[in-house]
Write a protein that binds this ligand. Structure first.
Ligand SMILES: *Cc1c(COP(=O)(O)O)cnc(C)c1O
Length: 498
């Protein structure tokens, strides 16, 4: 199994060979003529052996960008005292090891062997050259994508679900609770819990609970209990339902519910699928692998593109590249893409705000649309978060990355082109990255610039086909983003001078 993935994990070396040895199979064989052993039937030439030789190993350490930043990010504040939070403030919610990682200044943190063993189920993930997409766009750009959809849950989220559950299990925790937007995080956590025999309870945002029954069934298959959010089970949920019985929910509300349950039950801890430093840290396996994969084929990205909700898949791919950029080794443009209907970086304030709707979390300095903001129920449920990872917000303020927003119809249009050239059906979230990549590739066509574009393809959309149905039937619309509702919600951000 692991071997099979190792071989699959480096198709890049195959495509590169094919671009050098352009004239057909004889020359293909030439690229590894010295190793003409009998080959696997689906690749009937020696290049398969070459591919496996070039396959990278899973990194043994996560990378912490904070260690290399010229200015440290502003600390999270206690919501009552407005003083920087202390580790013990977080211990009702998280196990000690994750609290340590959250505040760590160490450059590298070892990945425990038990976690590495589980990563081997799907890592290293493939880096793929999008040759067929390049061809239909008629672009001189070379487009690569790092594909995280081969994990059991179908996205990058298990990269952090597994270590989070591992550290909880190691500390003897028996139950974890969480929220989920599109259902990707809930299913990843449910999967990880099933491996460590921990009970898992998930509050799923109402809009996606109704749109995506199969994500709920995945969670239940892995043994988790799932509630639509807002629910009647928590104080936070009941308050929202009183005000609006048909509330579509939001990540902020679902976080309030899960945090409330963890804070009021001694045997229960909380897990978060994005936003926090330790989550971004765990995701850096993506970028570390990708750096080696690109090196092994002699490519350097000019532009790295990823979609951004809370920021974890984007940080996971880009932070190791930002390290190399800070060292002066490479100089890629780093571009985050958010939905036009929930544009926290491009339209939000950079201010201290709560991570949840009820105001139970620490105050974090981040780009925010206001913790009361309930985004329209766009199809990319994983991008419907009012805030942004504080670390990404800080990196953005330091000028190491840029951000744009794209409306969902352009995203789905682009995803269809991607599906019909590269074959993969993207989750609604990475359709934003695909749209931005296609925009750039078409600009390259105009300018004749042969840029190397690296894209984060963070998950497949096999359980999001109702969104595709809406698009294919011509019913997908761009939800206008209301300046007024954002102004209203921004007016309710707590006033913290910092
Ligand atoms: C959760 C999710 C996202 C959004 O979260 P980030 O932390 O911004 O990565 C994006 N894509 C997929 C496939 C997801 O599951």
């Amino acid at each position: 199994m692991a071997n099979q993935f190792l071989v699959l994990s480096n198709p890049v070396s195959i495509s590169r060979s094919s671009s050098i040895y352009v004239k057909g199979k004889e020359q293909w064989l030439g690229c590894c003529a010295s190793k003409t052993k009998p080959m696997h039937p689906w690749l009937s030439n020696g290049c398969r052996a070459r591919a496996s030789l070039n396959a990278v190993e899973i990194p043994r350490q996560w990378y912490n960008l904070i260690a290399d930043l010229p200015v440290k990010p502003p600390p999270p504040l206690h919501p009552k005292t407005l003083q920087p939070i202390k580790p013990e403030d977080l211990s009702p919610l998280f196990p000690d090891e994750l609290i340590k990682q959250e505040a760590s200044n160490d450059r590298f943190i070892d990945i425990p062997d038990e976690v590495l063993e589980i990563y081997k189920l799907w890592r290293p993930t493939p880096l793929i050259r999008a040759k067929r997409l390049e061809k239909i766009l008629d672009t001189p750009a070379r487009i690569y994508y790092k594909y995280e959809g081969i994990s059991p849950a179908g996205s990058h989220k298990p990269n952090t679900a597994v270590p989070q559950v591992y550290y909880n299990a190691k500390q003897g925790v028996k139950n974890v609770v969480t929220e989920t937007g599109a259902g990707q995080w809930g299913s990843s956590l449910a999967f990880a819990c099933s491996l460590f025999d921990i009970d898992c309870e998930v509050w799923q945002v109402r809009a996606s609970y109704d749109q995506k029954p199969y994500r709920r069934l995945m969670m239940q298959t892995w043994g988790a209990k799932v509630h639509p959010s807002p629910s009647n089970i928590t104080e936070a949920g009941r308050k929202i339902l009183e005000a609006d019985p048909s509330s579509p929910g939001s990540l902020g509300i679902a976080i309030s519910e899960a945090v409330e349950v963890a804070a009021t039950n001694a045997d229960t801890k909380y897990c978060l699928g994005s936003v926090l430093n330790h989550v971004l840290l765990h995701q850096t396996v993506i970028g570390e692998e990708c750096i080696k994969q690109m090196e092994s084929i002699g490519e350097t990205p000019d532009l790295i593109i990823g979609c951004i909700g809370g920021g974890s898949n984007f940080a996971g791919l880009t932070f190791p590249f930002i390290r190399e950029k800070l060292k002066g080794k490479i100089n890629p443009v780093i571009r985050a893409v958010e939905p036009a209907a929930c544009p926290s970086i491009t339209k939000g304030l950079y201010a201290y705000d709560y991570g949840d709707t009820a105001g139970m979390t620490p105050l974090m300095k981040m780009h925010t649309l206001g913790h009361n903001f309930i985004p329209d129920p766009i199809h990319a449920g994983g991008l419907r978060y009012h805030g942004m990872a504080p670390l990404i917000s800080h990196v953005y303020e330091l000028g190491f990355m840029e951000a744009i927003s794209i409306p969902q119809t352009e995203c789905f249009q682009s995803a269809i082109r991607f599906a019909r050239s590269e074959g993969l059906i993207a989750a609604p979230e990475p359709t934003h990255a695909i749209a931005a990549t296609i925009r750039e590739a078409l600009q390259c066509k105009e300018s004749g610039d042969a840029k190397v574009i690296l894209m984060a393809m963070c998950g497949h959309g096999h359980f999001d086909l109702t969104s595709y149905e809406t698009y294919l039937q011509g019913n997908l619309v761009d939800l206008s983003f209301s300046e007024e509702s954002i102004r209203e919600s921004l007016a309710k951000i707590p006033l913290v001078v910092a």
